[in-house]
Design a protein around this ligand. Structure first.
Ligand code: FES
Length: 213
């Protein structure tokens, strides 16, 4: 595989031709906030809008999960405008996310906490009005619970489920009402969900949680 040389934050790296900038950065221990990028998925969803970076020669920041590496590319993940856009996207996301870390099973392993620290943004935003969906928690499955209010719609669980040859989970509805749910919006225990628990293992933020946690 042809290797491409580029520079991110003054660090010279190489990445396979065709690789997305986000993956190239993460593989070289350069963190860029992200939620909806899934390793192994060929087409990025580009829905969370957290992975903005600045590329020399571009007038606007770009999303690192959709930009492929180019020879000689110079990238800054800490540019003011990129951080401003990512910070605004994150605050908007958190305006509809219940923040109760002390009682959340994902506390300290939560991707949202990591992103907030990286962007130096508070988890509880004051900038935007908090608007929670207040959907019921699904406790029907014997192995895990699903709290749709905590779901950040990254799609990781859906993709993972599909990779296992199943179609238990999918997106339903649009806009503010968009939600990850089962076919027919049935409780998990009444769907064809088995006990692989792979969806739980990829959830970044405590929406899907094992009951024994
Ligand atoms: S990771 Fe790039 S938009 Fe979500």
């Amino acid at each position: 595989m042809q290797q491409i040389s580029l520079t991110i934050n003054d660090k010279k790296i190489t990445a396979p031709k065709g690789e997305y900038l986000l993956r190239a950065a993460l593989n070289n221990d350069i963190y860029i906030p992200n939620l909806c990028a899934i390793e192994g998925k060929s087409e990025p969803m580009a829905g969370c809008r957290l992975c903005f970076v600045e590329v020399a020669g571009n007038s606007q920041p770009v999303t690192a999960c959709t930009e492929t590496v180019r020879e000689g590319m110079i990238v800054d993940t800490r540019g003011t405008e990129a951080l401003r856009l990512a910070g605004t996207g994150f605050e908007l996301l958190m305006a509809s996310h219940p923040v109760d870390c002390g009682h959340c099973a994902a506390n300290r392993s939560c991707e949202l906490q990591k992103i907030a620290a990286h962007l130096r943004v508070k988890l509880k935003t004051k900038r935007f009005r908090t608007l929670l969906r207040q959907l019921p928690v699904d406790t029907s499955h014997p192995e895990f619970t699903y709290n749709p209010d905590k779901c950040v719609l990254c799609g990781r669980c859906i993709w993972t489920c599909q990779q296992l040859g199943k179609t238990t989970l999918g997106f339903a509805h649009r806009g503010f009402n968009r939600v990850v749910t089962t076919f027919g919006d049935r409780p998990m225990a009444e769907s064809d969900c088995g006990d692989c628990r792979q969806c739980v293992s990829v959830c970044p933020c405590g929406a899907l949680v094992l009951k024994d946690r």
